[in-house]
Design a protein around this ligand. Structure first.
Ligand code: ZN
Length: 153
């Protein structure tokens, strides 16, 4: 998402200025890569995704730590079989988010649903003002479904 990157880059800029750091080329590339994916990435997947830019594993790990401290990303809390920690952006659709989680491979994609959104924001919450939500939808992705079908033959 392009607007996610603009917002996230601005937040990163503010954070590094406050902490006397700098926005290095590598940090920029890592953040941009995370914004361009339509799924939440694990650190290993991120290392793989930025390999072509000659960015080391250590830089990816340090940048993830920085982005977590700056609250630009969060770990996804979904239950998956592979127990891999994946990260997602807090920007853009932060308010209302639907995570579609494959329980077999752990792949997480983000989705939206106007009906769910309208229901949750429209509901009268007792002594509570709703500002956002996360819904996890569990199941099997198309890759895992194809694998299961092939193994049955
Ligand atoms: Zn899967």
């Amino acid at each position: 998402m392009k607007q996610d990157y603009t917002e996230a880059a601005k937040l990163l800029q503010q954070y590094v200025e406050q902490h006397n750091l700098r926005v290095s080329y590598e940090r920029g590339v890592i953040l941009k890569t995370m914004c361009e994916q339509d799924q939440a990435l694990s650190s290993t997947e991120l290392v793989e995704a930025v390999k072509q830019h000659n960015i080391s594993r250590a830089t990816v790990f340090n940048t993830l730590k920085l982005l977590l401290s700056a609250q630009i990303i969060s770990p996804v809390q979904a239950r998956t079989a592979d127990k891999t920690r994946r990260y997602e952006l807090n920007t853009g659709r932060r308010g209302s988010r639907i995570e579609v989680v494959c329980i077999k491979c752990g792949r997480i994609t983000q989705s939206t649903d106007k009906v769910v959104e309208t229901q949750l924001y429209g509901k009268r919450w007792r002594n509570f003002n709703i500002s956002g939500f996360t819904v996890y939808v569990y199941g099997e992705c198309k890759h895992c479904r194809a694998l299961t079908a092939r193994n049955k033959k």
